[in-house]
Design a binder for this molecule. Structure first.
Ligand SMILES: [Ca+2]
Ligand SMILES: [Ca+2]
Length: 198
């Protein structure tokens, strides 16, 4: 009798494990973004041109987690405290289920605020978000942005695209790294697949 019921118990336990295991799509370790792929906006409406800038600009990887909070860890080739007048950071464009709103999540640093500041905008308006924060680790060359999903309307899933930007006052240059595209306009961006809450 025991010989017959044991496999069934194992089977039930296995089924329960499968049900309780979070969906694999909840956590994403995005493939490497590549290096040496930055570009510059020369201004005046001229097309963007390739750049050799890597410090504080060239992203190599994002790691994104969609749990109770949404965590984006962006890795650079090299992150260094900004010189006076310089600004750099990561902008993440977000789409959520059930809304066509354009959502922008920004983490950036200036000479005055090298430890980082944050901004969340939806439909062009600032969103007050308690718990939104950025952590810049200059030794680890990473910027980590954390936003409670309640600030995004507690979506079932989200899609994202992140890119880096850098403004150098000395040369008055606007530079970007946007994952294989020289465009930073919403319609041209390559958004991720759906990230469901884990
Ligand atoms: Ca890159
Ligand atoms: Ca560094």
């Amino acid at each position: 009798m025991y010989g017959c019921s044991a496999p069934r118990i194992v089977g039930v336990a296995l089924a329960a494990t499968l049900v309780l295991t979070p969906r694999a799509s909840a956590d994403v370790d995005k493939p490497a973004e590549g290096t040496g792929d930055t570009f510059e906006d020369p201004g005046g409406g001229a097309p963007n041109v390739p750049s050799t800038q890597s410090t504080n600009l060239d992203l190599t990887r994002h790691e994104v987690r969609h749990g109770k909070k949404i965590t984006l860890k962006s890795r650079y080739t090299d992150l260094t405290k900004p010189a006076e007048g310089d600004t750099f950071g990561v902008i993440t464009y977000v789409k959520v289920k059930g809304s066509g709103d354009e959502i922008f999540l920004s983490a950036y640093a200036t000479h005055k605020d090298p430890d980082g500041k944050t901004l969340l905008q939806r439909r062009g308006s600032n969103v007050d978000c308690r718990g939104l924060k950025a952590t810049l680790d200059y030794n680890d060359d990473t910027i980590t942005t954390i936003v409670p999903r309640s600030c995004l309307g507690t979506p079932e899933w989200l899609r994202y695209h992140s890119h880096a930007h850098l403004y150098l006052r000395a040369g008055s240059q606007y530079l970007y790294d946007s994952a294989g595209t020289s465009s930073t306009s919403w319609d041209d961006l390559d958004f991720s697949g759906k990230l469901r809450k884990g």
